[in-house]
Design a binder for this molecule. Structure first.
Ligand code: G
Ligand code: G
Ligand code: MN
Ligand code: NA
Length: 253
C-alpha cells in the first residue's frame, strides 16, 4: 500500500509525466494531433507504464487527479506547439470513473480557463464503458463539454459492444478505431469489410476517424485507401517525452 501514497505524492510533485504520441494525417503524413499518455518514474521501482498504476489510481479514486495533473503538464506544452503552427490538437484520456462526479465537465472547463488553453484544441477520449455505466449522466457531461467547444472521441471503437446507437445519442466528433482491428486490415478481408462499414457510418454522421496501432506501411495504405483520415501508431512514432516530441515536430526541444 506504500505504492498508493507514492502515487498521491507523484501526482502532487510532478512525478507523473505525459508522454506524447503523434496522430498524423494519412494523406500528407503531417502530424495533426497528439495523444498524451501517462508515465510514472517511481523513486525505487523506476519507469512505470499505465498498466502498472492505472488500477491503483482507479482503486484509490485518483483518476480525476491524474487527469488534472496530465492537463497541467500537457496543455502548456501543446499550446506552444499549436502556436508554432506545428499541431492542431491535444488528446487526453478521461476515465469512466470521472463521470461519477457530476462535475467532470465543469472541472475540465475550469482547467482550460486556468491553463489558458483553447477548448477547440482539446479532444477528450472516452471509452464506451462510460456509456454503459450511466448513459444519461455521461450525456449531460459530454454535452456540456461539447457546447464549450471540446471535442469528444470514442476510444477503442470496433471491439467490445460498439453500440452504434451511442453515436446518435452523444455529441461525439471522432471515432478511434481500436488497434485490434487495425492489426488485421492488411491481411484479412473481413477486417477490411468491417472497416469499410465503419467508414461509411462515420461519413454519414460526419465523424472524424483515427486508426490506432498502425505499425506498418501496408496497414497505413489500406486504412487511407478505405477512407480513414488520421493514423496513430508505432509507424509514425511511439509515445515519447516532450522534448523528443518537440524535435519530432521540427521545433527546438
Ligand atoms: O501508454 P500506453 O499505451 O501503455 O497506455 C495503456 C493504457 O493506459 C491505454 O488504454 C491508455 O488509454 C491508458 N492511459 C494512458 N494514460 C492515461 C491517462 O492519463 N488517463 C487515463 N484515464 N488513461 C490513460
Ligand atoms: O488510450 P488507448 O487505449 O488507445 O492507448 C493507446 C495505447 O496503445 C498506449 O498504451 C500506446 O502505447 C499503445 N500503442 C500506441 N501505438 C501502438 C502501436 O502501433 N502498436 C501497439 N501494439 N501499441 C500501440
Ligand atoms: Mn486513448
Ligand atoms: Na485504444
Amino acid at each position: 500500500h506504500a505504492l498508493g501514497s507514492d502515487f498521491v505524492q507523484a501526482i502532487r510533485d510532478g512525478g507523473i509525466e505525459p508522454w506524447f504520441q503523434p496522430i498524423v494525417d494519412g494523406a500528407s503524413c503531417r502530424t495533426v494531433g497528439v495523444e498524451a499518455l501517462a508515465r510514472w518514474t517511481h523513486p525505487t521501482l523506476g519507469f512505470l507504464s499505465p498498466a502498472a498504476f492505472l488500477g491503483l489510481a482507479e482503486e484509490r479514486g485518483l483518476m480525476h487527479d491524474l487527469f488534472a495533473a496530465m492537463m497541467r503538464r500537457a496543455c502548456p506544452l501543446a499550446r506552444t506547439w499549436i502556436r508554432a503552427g506545428r499541431l492542431d490538437y491535444l488528446s487526453i484520456n478521461l476515465s469512466p470513473s470521472q463521470f461519477k462526479l457530476g462535475s467532470v465537465a465543469d472541472d475540465v472547463i475550469a482547467l482550460l480557463a486556468e491553463l489558458d488553453f483553447p477548448p477547440q484544441a482539446l479532444t477528450v477520449e472516452v471509452t464506451e464503458e462510460v456509456l454503459l455505466n450511466d448513459l444519461a449522466r455521461a450525456r449531460v457531461q459530454l454535452e456540456r463539454l461539447a457546447a464549450h467547444g471540446v471535442r469528444i472521441a470514442l476510444d477503442d471503437f470496433g471491439i467490445g459492444y460498439s453500440n452504434i446507437g451511442y453515436l446518435r445519442q452523444l455529441p461525439i466528433q471522432t471515432l478511434k478505431l481500436d488497434r485490434l482491428l487495425t492489426q488485421d486490415v492488411a491481411t484479412e478481408h473481413k477486417a477490411r469489410s468491417i472497416l469499410s462499414a465503419i467508414v461509411q457510418i462515420a461519413r454519414a454522421l460526419d465523424l472524424h476517424m483515427v486508426s490506432e496501432g498502425v505499425e506498418d506501411s501496408s496497414q497505413a495504405l489500406w486504412l487511407t485507401h478505405l477512407g480513414c483520415r488520421s493514423l496513430q501508431g508505432y509507424l509514425f512514432g511511439r509515445p515519447m517525452p516532450a522534448d523528443a516530441f518537440a524535435t519530432h515536430l521540427g521545433l527546438d526541444p
